[in-house]
Design a protein. Sequence first.
Length: 210
Amino acid sequence: MVESQRARRKISEMKQTILVGFFLFVCACTNAQKASPGDTLSDTADVADIGTDASVDPDVAPEIPVVVINEVLASNDAGIVDEAGDFEDWLELYNASTEVVDISGWMLSDSLAEDGVELAWVLPDSTTIEAGGYLLIWADKDEEDGPLHADFKLSKDGETVSLLSPDGVVVDEVTFPELAADVSYGRSPDGSENWVVFSVPTPNASNTGP
């Protein structure tokens, strides 16, 4: 009786071994059919892993921080003065995000269409804007006056000013109209698509008014 039970148990174990072996054989054949000529099974597995990785999409451009041109003043007769005590044109950048943004290497230009990216003025190293903060750039063509003095001036007759990322992508652009002295053109509220003329400019502060 005992020997009979042992025999039956041994037969059962053999059947399980055969089934497991058959299953592994079928899996190996299936993977071999999916593989390209010359690929090993490990090569096929690697390609599958790459193909199903949804974290990288080559067609989606990296997100650019939300920094915009927020206000411009193209004729400064009696407004704020720069480090040298001069009344100079200026433009204001605004960080609409909730994080500090490093804009070192970003560029500004008032003649992008004519001169191209190569001649755009480059923001200096270690230039940052706090979350919800502002940065004033003097557009006076007096770079010797300080690091935040661009190499171009703004035209009171109106023109286009462009903000570019370090790789030359236009992040923001504004075409402002003819402006009277000590009158600015800005977004209202800050960072919005609504532009108005401010009789009382608001450099380095929230745009209110007009």
